[in-house]
Design a protein around this ligand. Structure first.
Ligand SMILES: Nc1ncnc2c1ncn2[C@@H]1O[C@H](COP(=O)(O)OP(=O)(O)OP(=O)(O)O)[C@@H](O)[C@H]1O
Length: 705
């Protein structure tokens, strides 16, 4: 057992321990069939389909694991909602859920993923013209609305996990309401239009013309939803409750509050491993750093156990982890082994991780927080809401009875907020405003949001868009900059950086920077090789900063790859690159992901007609372009070695992972600010203070910093 005392947990209900059974592929098929039939939602299939026929908007609330996400779209498909060629679109707040649920549903239907059932997430589209059940992120559907404002390809949209109230969900809800209105005006009448389809399940697909006339069916779904609030927003929409859950989850609380959540999580992992029956463990942690630090501690402590007890496999799961690595979590552990999955809240909703029987929930979550006063967005750790705690415990008990260990006393649970504060109330809105402007919505304050964003936050975000040149004085999208920015699937700052880079003759390098920053953790440093890795990584580092270092890594890898392709052919070259990455402590998967992103954004900017050129070895234009684009993230060194952000006076330190951590130049720009115990700026580059007035006069010429 690791540090700290064994935890005493209080239970509030009883779940029986059931040994996990090991099964082969054939049995798995039958098991899936049987599992589908035994889901609580299966008993109300007919009723749900009828309700969707009858109501254009329906709210469905059902326990976690009752079968909403995987089954409802299939019921609707079987019920005739795709017969005229329409698609059932299901949105998820997170990529990992969209991907894994689509995989599961394709498996359940015995179809190839990407055919009848597919998914679409940013930079990854696994659909085809035959796709009728399409899982996607809510952000992706928003982008589709830019090209097709009536979402005419869809017969049904299911907004899943609506309780999460991500900013994209909230914008989507307002937009879908409007699409419904437009489609109803265009339709021949009400839902009865589908009657011909209902009677003829095998009918050939009807023409697009017929489909366009049908109203859009909208379903809002979650396990922990304020049904009344949603119903009111949708003009008294009907709410249906799916009762019952498949398996019980025993909820356990600590007797006392924990002072050190990481230590408590560690102790609990080993307590379960040593004392409980088979079953994998899912631990919710607030971020990559916590995950990596616990990962190290688990490994260390594991070595101290007798060999027979060392069969514990550790899997991290966080959003910037390359998707192939994320997917590893979903493969079963080898016989005799137990998996422990260390995850952020990306595993909180919708996902089923096969084998998970135990959930450890320290009750904390990292969220975006935006201060309209400072105009800076940061990440902070806060307590979860009751809805989130419920979702987390719902990750256990999906294949059999489960247990959830909440690392806080029951009294604290009672005091938690019922639901999470909608993200729209606590984030920078510039991307939302840009997207809405591109959809023709110029009056953001007047937009029909379920909950209005903070006025000051709107003003600040509008200001940023003005400063970036995306909006005109009339709050309209500027031409061409604003239009170009809205077309790129990136944050406004990044889009602007690419547009400017074509003028600074460094678009190739800026593409690398933006792609590499989209994946994070390019370097992979095993704990036992800290010293060695430092020396190797140094060979890539640029004294000018992290952005240039990333360019060096990318260029070196491409050079290596191209040379190898000529000598050894493509396949061998990719294999050699993997070894090269390993030798250089580079995360091969992240790098590959960055290459994919690079190619996709490259396609976008080529289509936009931007001039693609390179600044070669002279990186000055790149640094100047970074200053011209991220000018609000400029900071000056203080006498004590900390930095003052010029735009708002906030004090921060350079993050320990930065190549500038030691040299501490006078003036820097940074990519992001993270708030842990201290404020850190990450991905930092040295700039000349005087460039700011020259390159961003709209912000600095009149200011005396
Ligand atoms: N990948 C998978 N492997 C094994 N079982 C799965 C998988 N995906 C789903 N299931 C089974 O299907 C059940 C229903 O899952 P589904 O995601 O449809 O439920 P849900 O009601 O949407 O839950 P939640 O509200 O937690 O998202 C799960 O409890 C589990 O038993």
């Amino acid at each position: 057992m690791p540090t700290g005392d064994k935890r005493n947990f209080n239970s509030n209900n009883n779940a029986t321990n059931q040994p996990q059974r090991l099964i082969n592929a054939d049995q798995k098929r039958r098991k899936i069939e049987q599992q589908r039939r035994s889901l609580p939602i299966a008993s109300v299939e007919k009723r749900l389909v009828e309700e969707v026929w009858k109501n254009d908007t329906l709210i469905i609330v059902g326990e976690t694991g009752s079968g909403k996400t995987t089954q409802l779209p299939q019921y609707l498909y079987n019920g005739g909602f795709c017969q005229n060629g329409g698609i059932i679109g299901i949105t998820q707040p997170r990529r990992v859920a969209a991907v894994t649920v689509a995989k599961r549903v394709a498996e359940e239907r015995c179809v190839e993923l990407g055919q009848q059932v597919g998914y679409s997430i940013r930079f990854e589209d696994v659909t085809s013209t035959s796709t009728r059940i399409k899982y996607m992120t809510d952000g992706l559907l928003l982008r589709e609305a830019l090209l097709d404002p009536k979402l005419s390809r869809y017969s049904v949209i299911v907004v899943d996990e609506a309780h999460e109230r991500t900013v994209q969900t909230d914008v989507l809800l307002g937009l879908l309401k409007d699409v419904q209105k437009k489609r109803s005006q265009n339709s021949n009448g009400a839902s009865g239009n589908y009657d011909h389809v209902k009677k003829d399940n095998n009918a050939k697909e009807k023409s697009n013309e017929v489909r366009k006339l049908n109203p859009l069916k909208l379903i809002i779904m979650s396990a922990s939803l304020d049904a009344r609030g949603f119903s009111e927003y949708f003009g008294g929409a009907k709410a249906v409750h799916v009762m019952g859950r498949q398996f019980p989850v025993d909820i356990l609380y600590t007797a006392q509050p924990e002072t050190d959540c990481l230590d408590a999580a560690l102790v609990t992992i080993f307590q379960i491993h040593m004392e409980e029956g088979p079953g994998d463990i899912l631990v919710f942690l607030s971020g990559q750093e916590e995950i990596e630090s616990i990962e190290g501690l688990v490994r260390e402590n594991l070595k101290k156990l007798p060999e027979a007890n060392q069969k514990l496999l550790i899997y991290p799961l966080f959003s910037s982890l390359p998707s192939e690595k994320q997917m590893k979590v979903f493969t079963p552990a080898p016989v005799g082994f137990r998996k422990v999955i260390l995850a952020t809240n990306i595993a909180e909703t919708s996902v089923t991780i096969p084998g998970v029987k135990y959930v450890i929930d320290p009750g904390l979550v990292k969220v975006r927080s935006y201060s309209p006063d400072s105009g800076i967005e940061s990440l902070i750790v806060v307590k979860t809401s009751k809805a989130q705690a419920l979702q987390r415990s719902g990750r256990a008990g999906r294949e059999g009875p489960g247990k959830c260990y909440r690392l806080y006393p029951e009294s604290r649970f009672e005091g938690l907020d019922d639901s999470t504060v909608p993200e729209i109330k606590r984030c920078n809105l510039s991307n939302v405003i840009l997207q809405l402007s591109a959809l023709g919505v110029d009056d953001i304050i007047g937009f029909d949001f379920m909950e209005k964003p903070d006025r000051m936050a709107v003003i600040r975000s509008l200001e940023l868009l003005y400063l970036l040149g995306a909006l005109t004085d009339e709050k309209k999208l500027s031409y061409p900059i604003g239009h170009q920015m809205a077309r790129l699937p990136l944050e406004p700052n990044d889009s602007k950086a690419l547009i400017l880079a074509s003028q600074f003759d460094c678009l190739e390098e800026m593409l690398i920077v933006v792609s590499m920053l989209s994946v994070e953790s390019i370097f992979y440093v095993p704990r036992d090789k800290l010293e060695e890795s430092r020396t190797v990584i140094k060979s890539f580092s640029s004294p000018e900063g992290d952005h240039l270092t990333l360019v060096n890594v990318y260029r070196a890898s491409i050079e290596f790859l191209e040379k190898n392709k000529t000598e050894n052919g493509n396949e061998k070259a990719e294999k050699n690159l993997r070894k090269w990455c390993k030798d250089n402590f580079i995360n091969n998967r992240s790098l590959k992901h960055a290459r994919d992103i690079y190619n996709q954004i490259l396609e976008n900017v080529e289509r936009m007609g931007l001039k693609i050129s390179s600044c070669g070895d002279d990186m000055l234009p790149l640094r100047r372009c970074l200053a011209a684009s991220y000018f609000l993230n400029a900071a000056l060194k203080q006498p004590d070695g900390t930095y003052r952000v010029l735009a708002n006076g906030q004090i921060a330190e350079i993050h320990p992972t930065s190549v500038l951590r030691r040299s501490k130049p006078e003036c820097i720009i940074f990519y992001n600010l993270v708030q842990t115990t201290r404020n850190y700026v990450r991905n930092v580059t040295r700039i000349d203070y005087l460039w700011l007035a020259e390159l961003a006069p709209q912000c600095y010429a009149l200011k005396d910093n």
